[in-house]
Every structure is written in C-alpha cells, then in structure tokens.
Design a protein around this ligand. Structure first.
Ligand code: SF4
Ligand SMILES: [Zn+2]
Ligand SMILES: [Zn+2]
Length: 301
C-alpha cells in the first residue's frame, strides 16, 4: 500500500479514512485531526493557558507533545497516587518526557493530601477506581483554577468516548448524555474541560506515540481490572471492522444532532451545585465527596 499523501510505502493503514500513511505523513495526519477538533469544536484559543492531565500513558503524553508542537501555552499536572511501583514508574516517565520536550510539569502528591490510594482502598473496602477517578477529577479541576489555567485538557481518545457514549445510551443515562462531548464549558467552580484527541482512535494514538518515539509507561495499576468499558470497546471494534468509520460517525452524529436534547433534559432535572463549606468547590451534597473522604481518612488541612 502507498502513502495517500506522498506515495512512499505506507506504514499505517486507516480504513476508516480510506487512507494509508508513511511514518512522517501519519504524524501530519494526526496533527491535522487534533487541529480540526480544536477548530471545529472551538476547544480553546491561542491565548488560553492549558493544563494537561498527565498519567504517563500513551494518550496523555501524545496529547502533550502535539499541543506543544502546535505552539500552545501548556503545562502538565501529574497526580502521584502513591501506589507502590506503578506511581513511581509513571512519575518517572512523565518527568523524563516533560524535561525532553521542555514542558513545565507540576506534581501533586496524594500522600501529602492525606489520600494515598492504597490507604483509601483499605479504608473503603470496595473497588477503588470510581473513588480514585473522583479524586483525580477534583484535584485536576482545583489545581487548574487555583493556578490560573483557563482550560484542562485530557487524553481521552475516540474509543474512550464512543464506549462511554454507548454505555450511556445502553442505560439511557440522560444526565451523562447531556454532559458528554469534547468540550465542557467553564462554570462557577469548574474549569473548561476539553478532549482534543476525540477524533483519534486508540490504534491511531498508539501508532503516533510509537512513531514519535514517546517513552510512555506500561506499568499497570494493581487495582485495574482491565481497561474500562472493555466489553463495549470490543463490540465497537467489531462494528468498526465491518463498517469502517462507524465510530466517528456515531460520535459526531450524537454531538451534532442528539446531544442538545439531553442537555435540555439535564437542565430541568439537575440540582444546582453550591460551594462546599470546607473547600469552596461546587457540590450538590452537604460537603463535597473529596472533603467527605478526607474526613473519613482523618486527613488534616
Ligand atoms: S486503575 Fe483505578 S485505582 Fe488505578 S489509577 Fe486507574 S482509576 Fe485509579
Ligand atoms: Zn507519506
Ligand atoms: Zn470540599
């Protein structure tokens, strides 16, 4: 197969785009998809200060590299979950990566916040992932707001987004459907959140990180019970295999034609968040989930 752009030998075949690319042209393709997402969905402007949530995995590091090459004003935040082995390794990968690319890196240590994930897991005695996710969302948002960032960018890719959409549809979870998309606008207490890789599949991001020589972290988290939405992802992969382009069409179709209806529904049903009396960040409960957790853990400060 020949490269669609330059006619050299193609290294990556992309049936969903009816195209194939050599290594250099593939990186151009990747970059154009990111730029298209930013422009069409109005994700951010050149003057925005962008905080990138860095986990050490291929998606977040690919995103950081691409936004840096495109000249955006970016910095990274790595949240150290204090999980033996995996947190140290992930932190080392993030540190090396940011040094090499000249990206300003912040590190937030959950041990210092009184919320090391292994302790949280012991205390709660139930699967820790949903609480871990809640803690990360809280600190990414809070750090961005406290430090003057106007946008928080995450490395969610097309497969993540389509699997989440499919799962929300299967449960007809109207509140989540109203909220899903590559850009969540800023609200009182919430920074603007964007997903610039939403047009790129897991396969495409993996190829990009490989071709760009990104040294990402493979160390699995010991609490992970496989990738999220694994079953839905495999169903959707089969669909994509039979009908190339299905995933992006399904997702773009939702954004362009269906999402609005759910957003209205959510407005009618939604509770208005109020500032948490302890930390000041929005909550619909008496205190926010993270402050409640800090209370349970006996954390100070
Ligand atoms: S697998 Fe679960 S516990 Fe581990 S980092 Fe991810 S969300 Fe947190
Ligand atoms: Zn080429
Ligand atoms: Zn709080």
């Amino acid at each position: 197969m020949k490269c669609t752009r330059c006619r050299a030998t193609a290294a990556v075949a992309l049936p969903s785009h009816n195209a194939g690319f050599c290594p250099d042209c593939f990186q151009v393709f990747f970059s154009r998809q990111v730029q298209k997402a930013i422009k069409e969905k109005d994700l951010f402007q050149p003057e925005d200060k962008i905080l990138i949530a860095l986990s050490g995995g291929k998606d977040s590091l690919s995103l950081a590299r691409e936004l840096k090459l495109l000249g955006y004003d970016t910095a990274g935040l790595y949240i150290d979950l204090a999980i033996p082995d995996s947190s140290v390794k992930a932190g080392e990968h993030v540190g090396r990566f940011c040094r090499e690319l000249g990206i300003n890196l912040h590190v937030l240590d959950l041990q210092k916040e009184g919320l090391p994930i292994p302790e949280v897991q012991k205390k709660l005695r139930r699967p820790v992932c949903s609480v871990c996710g809640q803690i990360k969302r809280y600190y990414f948002n809070r750090f961005a707001l406290d430090n003057g960032y106007s946008v928080l960018a995450t490395g969610h890719n097309l497969d993540d987004e389509v699997a989440r959409l499919f799962s929300n549809v299967m449960r007809w979870d109207t509140a989540y459907l109203g909220d899903q998309g590559p850009a969540l606008p800023a609200q009182e207490g919430f920074v603007r959140k964007v997903k610039p890789l939403y047009r790129l599949s897991e396969f495409e991001t993996a190829n990009y990180s490989f071709l760009a020589g990104i040294d990402y972290c493979y160390a699995p988290c010991p609490y992970s019970r496989g990738a999220s939405f694994t079953f839905y992802k495999s169903l959707l992969d089969e669909l994509e295999h039979q009908q190339p382009g299905r995933k992006i069409n399904f997702y773009e179709g939702f954004l362009n034609r269906a999402r609005r209806a759910f957003a209205r529904q959510e407005d009618l049903e939604g509770l208005k968040p109020e500032p948490c009396p302890v930390c000041g960040y929005p909550t619909t409960g008496e205190v926010c989930g993270v402050c409640r957790l800090r209370e349970i853990m006996g954390a100070k400060g």
